[in-house]
Write a protein that binds this ligand. Structure first.
Ligand code: HXC
Length: 260
């Protein structure tokens, strides 16, 4: 499908790639861009040929934030009554894993968008930040909550209140990104696509359950999360893929998944 602000493709078996494509505005996340992004992820989430999704921007910018020019004249009535930004959360309810491949600026809503993804890979050029304080507001797309859970209170407080940016190396050392993927144009996207391909080659039900279980760690108490994990683990014993996976191991052969 043709979109105006994003590009979509299927670069490898089982992998869908979404590229934010509003280069003149450093991929500022306008409402029309977000509507297209939501439509594309929903479509790939339904698409049986897709097992994992990669989301990226350009070398210069993953996304420089929500569109400040679009926001600047909005009134309280407008943002509250229309639940401004509420539809951003849709990305977090996908069944399939989504990997953010971040190069360049990931600021404000751009950083928050990356944090909504399941895995973040960063190029050494990635620059993260929650600079909203510099324009008279605070993060509104989950930044204060997701960052605090991932990198802790003190750092989140510092970043939110000073607005300073942080590097890929810092993000890696704090555990916010799983890996900094070194050197060369497009390397981080290549690596994310390879990771997505690996994930897509696994049984889909187990992948979906694994994602659900890890997310429970961020949304539930430890007791509830352990319960969720165990229930999902038990549930998989009703699948073909569990019998197949364990039999294949015992028979020293490769499993053939049926996603059933
Ligand atoms: C609208 C933006 C934009 C944004 C950049 N542009 N960021 N437009 N919204 N968030 C536009 C610029 O206006 C400019 O347009 C063009 O992109 C290129 O940007 P420059 O500033 O000229 O580039 P540069 O000097 O290289 O600086 C890059 C930058 C800077 C450091 C990333 O653009 C910047 O500080 N951007 C804003 C970052 C920010 O505050 N983000 C948080 C937004 S608030 P023209 O037409 O002049 O060429 C937010 C709230 C989220 O995200 C809350 C809910 C999710």
């Amino acid at each position: 499908k043709q979109y105006e602000y994003i590009l979509t493709s299927k670069p490898a078996e089982g992998v869908a790639l979404i590229t934010l494509n509003r280069p003149k505005a450093l991929n500022a996340l306008s409402s029309p861009l977000f509507a297209e992004l939501n439509e594309a992820v929903a479509e790939f989430d339904e698409d049986h040929s897709v097992g994992a999704i990669v989301l990226t921007g350009s070398e210069r910018a993953f996304a420089a934030g929500a569109d400040i020019k679009e926001m600047k004249d909005k009134t309280l009535n407008e943002v509250y009554q229309n639940r401004f930004l509420e539809d951003w959360g849709k990305i977090t309810s996908l069944r399939k894993p989504i990997i953010a491949a971040v190069s360049g600026y990931a600021l404000g809503g751009g950083c928050e968008l990356a944090l909504m993804c399941d895995i973040i890979l960063a190029s050494p050029t990635a620059t993260f930040g929650q600079p909203e304080i510099n324009i008279g507001v605070i993060p509104g797309g989950g930044g204060t909550q997701r960052l605090a859970r991932v990198i802790g209170k003190s750092r989140t407080m510092e970043l939110t209140l000073t607005g300073r940016t942080f590097s890929a190396a810092e993000a890696e050392s704090w555990g916010m990104v799983s890996r900094v993927v070194g050197e060369g144009d497009g390397k981080v996207v290549e690596e994310a696509v390879a990771m997505a391909k690996t994930i897509a080659s696994k049984g889909r039900l187990a992948v979906q359950a694994g994602k659900e279980a890890v997310n429970a760690a961020y949304e539930q108490t430890l007791r509830e999360g352990l319960n969720t994990e165990r229930k999902l683990f038990h549930m998989l014993f009703a699948t073909h893929d569990q019998k197949e996976g364990m039999s294949a191991f015992a028979e020293k052969r490769k499993p053939v998944w049926k996603n059933a």
